[in-house]
Ligand binder design. Structure first.
Ligand code: SF4
Length: 370
């Protein structure tokens, strides 16, 4: 029988120290190994030269350091880099790095596929297969950091992580929180709290739970300013309507002075881009410290939606800006390698029979416990 050894990518600093204690080793030894993993991108215990030979042999016998396998990678003309990472024999997910003048942002996935069925989302068409482990989440950052030669505190090319790839991160709570802890740990990737962003479709109880467990930035996929339209685009809204969602956002920022929530709003032609809807959005944004990120829709095969006209996006933005709502328009990146937002689409074995499963979950009120 093959014995699967613990993968050290699955542990945050405290977890690693506890694991080392269980094999009779001091906490500082765990810290040393963590630094080799995340600052020097070393996965072979034999190369950890400041760790004694006896301990290296002991570690090799008891534990492993296994990053995700890169199945395929591609760089866009604009510098955007995409990895297709194999998560097991039959599933793959995508991770995308977007370089800009003053920062480099990595978009990370939390689940293989997604069961929330947002109508405009490419990932939703794939259904849901499973949650990613903490190792598979932090492994995405590790693969990108190694490729970039990123060294925390010295040569920092990877400055921001957004949990906005495949999946609803709050439905994989423990693994996501542990992975985000490594992202922000000085012995991990050393990112400031505000540079790690979790994006949710709006799981109200889980936003409150996140507020207790972590101090990251919060983004909400809003996409519509009233319940009728939002329920059509984001079915989760039926369970957690906008008023409840904004209540959770208010509680989140109330605990964090100077924090604001980023509301993502995908612009779809003739659907949610009318001036009247911009005026409704202004009223919502008055209720919570916020900024709005308008995302031109990225069409994908089989979708019924189209990208809003450039002029309609600008008009929509102007209405918000004129009302003093900080509003940006996301520049589309990586179009030539299908890495643009909403196109994160690895290979997913759909285990959900998505529509039926989601409706059952919603009706039974289990969404926040999935
Ligand atoms: S937008 Fe996010 S939450 Fe909605 S289906 Fe896509 S991946 Fe899931």
């Amino acid at each position: 029988m093959t014995v699967v050894k613990p993968n050290l990518f699955d542990y945050d600093r405290q977890g690693l120290r506890d694991l080392f204690a269980s094999i009779g080793e001091k906490p500082y030894r765990a810290d040393q190994v963590m630094k080799w993993m995340y600052h020097r991108h070393v996965t072979d215990f034999g190369q950890m030269t400041d760790v004694g030979k006896a301990l290296r042999e002991k570690l090799s016998a008891h534990v492993d350091i296994v990053p995700p396998k890169t199945v395929f990678e591609k760089q866009s003309a604009d510098g955007t880099h995409k990895w297709l990472l194999g998560m097991d024999g039959s599933n793959a997910i995508e991770t995308v790095f977007i370089p800009e003048t003053s920062r480099g942002t990595l978009c990370v996935s939390s689940q293989v596929g997604c069961g929330l069925n947002c109508q405009f989302c490419s990932t939703a068409t794939q259904g849901f297969n499973r949650n990613l482990s903490a190792a598979e989440i932090i492994g995405q950052v590790w693969v990108a950091a190694r490729h970039l030669g990123n060294v925390p505190h010295h040569q920092r090319k990877l400055t921001n992580v957004v949990m906005m790839g495949m999946g609803e991160p709050l439905l994989n709570f423990d693994n996501v929180v542990r992975a985000m802890s490594v992202m922000r740990d000085d012995l991990g990737f050393g990112l400031a709290n505000k540079r790690v962003t979790l994006s949710t479709a709006g799981l109200v109880p889980m936003i409150d739970k996140l507020s207790e467990a972590s101090d990251v930035s919060l983004a909400v996929s809003l996409h519509a300013p009233n319940d009728e339209l939002r329920t059509e685009l984001v079915p989760l809204n039926k369970k957690y309507p906008i008023a409840e969602l904004l209540g959770a956002c208010q509680r989140y920022v109330a605990k964090r002075p100077r924090a604001s929530i980023t509301f993502e709003y995908t612009m779809m032609k003739g659907i949610n881009d009318k001036p009247e809807l911009a005026r409704q959005l202004v009223k919502l944004m008055r209720k919570v410290p916020s900024k709005v990120n308008l995302i031109p829709f990225n069409p994908f095969t089989g979708t019924r939606f189209e990208r809003s006209e450039e002029e309609d996006i600008r008009n929509f933005q102007k209405i918000l800006l004129d009302a003093n709502v900080l509003t940006t328009v996301r520049r589309t990146r990586g179009d030539d390698i299908d890495a643009a937002c909403g196109q994160l689409k690895g290979q997913v074995v759909d285990r959900t029979r998505r529509q039926a499963e989601f409706r059952r979950t919603l009706d039974e009120g289990q969404v926040d416990a999935a």
